[in-house]
Design a protein around this ligand. Structure first.
Ligand code: UD1
Length: 426
């Protein structure tokens, strides 16, 4: 177990570079298995979820080489099984992408039901509906999903809910299907576009990614390709909120400002100054933020993954903010911990009512999931006195060098007693 010791109350200043998008990398990495020959992936974040995924691939015989800390070469030609190792698959949510990728490539796949953050019920019925519509036989046996098909045939699939995972999984499965697959009510997140761009670079024919109708024309084969992952908008959002909340002045680099529009709009509404300059955003927190209301909705709405950090940011606002979480029903677990630091937040079902307080005070707190950890980190940077933040392994699932990056911005933050939860081969 490791802890972050944060002595808050210091404004953050300087420049920080954002890494590759976690949720994009976690979709593109399994897609490499569908090509013949190696793919080179650039801007891959060096985070625990990615490293667990790479170990899954290694266990399956795939040749994974780290060319530098953020560049990988993945060659699936030596893959010897379509059975995904259960213990590792259960640790991450995105292991579900192996369903679509391996069903398409091998005609059969066996993968444990996925894990991931505990933020409420996380069904995969829409993934299964999509694979079945393409002609696969899908069964759950002893906690594992087994999918198989002699041949997949393109068809029209309407998603009952807008699901990032189901959209990406169906795209993967449909790449080699005979004829054309049409996904309606598809997720429009930029990482869906990133996945489609990578697949198209490999020889796939995916059109419409980024809209709610995506068409996939089946092809016979894919080859390896070189692809750079888009920047992580949630890492960027976390730095933006921390900069503004500590009344600092931080320039966030290597981002696509358009992807951050919902965050930028809300922070500006709260009185934060934000200047856009190419692939950089300068965030200046000149005064105590004003209260704003936030509702999470799929892209291009306010992202659910930024809701928890935003709750921490709003905890010191002037007035009362209402935060509505429409995507995950269990995503306010960070609030109990925030209360230890002096916040005044009341949770009613999927709504948090935040009465802004003048200051927070440091306390021992625990991250229960990835973005809860980000919220507590921001609160610790705001708070007077010392915050001892445990459960850091959750934060490290999605943030690369988090303590060092905040330290470079002048944050007083140190990491203590690290014990790896996963033996990570890098
Ligand atoms: C992905 C992200 C996660 C983010 C979420 C929403 C990854 C690895 N994780 O998760 O960080 O919070 O998108 O942006 O990329 N649903 C169903 N049936 C399904 C699938 C989903 O009912 O088969 C529901 C879920 O319960 C949830 C909503 O749809 O209420 C959105 O889920 P989805 O977009 O699928 O999230 P994930 O892909 O799991």
């Amino acid at each position: 177990m490791s802890k972050l010791i944060i002595r808050g109350g210091k404004p953050l200043f300087g420049n920080v570079r954002v890494g590759g998008r976690k949720n994009s990398a976690l979709a593109v990495i399994p897609a490499t298995l569908m090509g013949d020959g190696p793919s080179i992936l650039e801007n891959i974040p060096d985070i625990a979820d990615v490293n667990i995924y790479l170990n899954i691939l290694r266990d399956m015989g795939v040749k994974v080489d780290r060319l530098d800390s953020n560049t990988l070469s993945i060659n699936p030609d030596s893959m010897h099984t379509e059975v995904v190792p259960e213990d590792r698959a259960k640790k991450i949510r995105a292991s579900y992408y192996l369903l679509g990728a391996l069903l398409a490539k091998k005609g059969r796949v066996e993968v444990a039901l996925p894990g991931g953050c505990d933020i409420g019920l996380r069904p995969i019925d829409q993934h299964i509906k999509g694979l079945k519509a393409l002609g696969a036989k899908v069964e759950v046996e002893h906690g594992a999903i087994v999918a198989s098909a002699d041949k997949l045939i393109g068809t029209n699939i309407y998603l009952d809910v807008v699901s990032v995972g189901a959209t990406a999984n169906i795209i993967l499965a449909a790449v080699f299907a005979e004829g054309t697959t049409v996904i309606e009510n598809a997720a429009k997140e930029p990482h869906i576009v990133d996945l489609a761009n990578y697949l198209n670079a490999m020889g796939a024919r995916v059109v419409g990614a980024g809209t709610d109708v995506i068409k996939i024309k089946g092809v016979e084969e894919l080859h390896g390709a070189t692809h750079a992952i888009i920047p992580d908008e949630i890492e960027a959002a976390t730095f933006m909120m921390a900069a503004a909340a500590t009344r600092g002045d931080v320039t966030i680099e290597n981002i696509i400002p358009k992807h951050l529009d919902p965050i930028t709009a809300k922070l500006r509404e709260a009185g934060v100054e934000i200047e856009e300059n190419g692939d950089k955003l300068r965030v200046i927190g000149k005064r105590r933020p004003s209260a704003v209301n936030v509702k999470t909705i799929p892209y291009p709405g306010f992202p659910t993954d930024a809701q928890q950090p935003m709750t921490a940011f709003l905890s010191i606002s002037q007035g009362t903010s209402i935060v509505s979480e429409t995507v995950w029903e269990g995503r306010f677990k960070h609030v109990d911990e925030l209360q230890r630091m002096g916040t005044k937040i009341k949770v009613e079902g999927r709504t948090a009512i935040i009465e802004g307080v003048g200051e927070l005070t440091g306390a021992p707190v625990r991250a229960t999931d990835l973005r809860a950890g980000a919220a507590l980190l921001i609160a610790g940077l705001i708070a007077k006195g010392e915050t001892e933040l445990s459960g850091v392994e959750h934060i490290e699932r999605g943030y690369e060098n988090v303590a060092a990056k905040f330290k470079d911005l002048g944050g007083d933050i140190t990491k203590e007693t690290v014990v790896e939860t996963e033996e990570v081969a890098k």
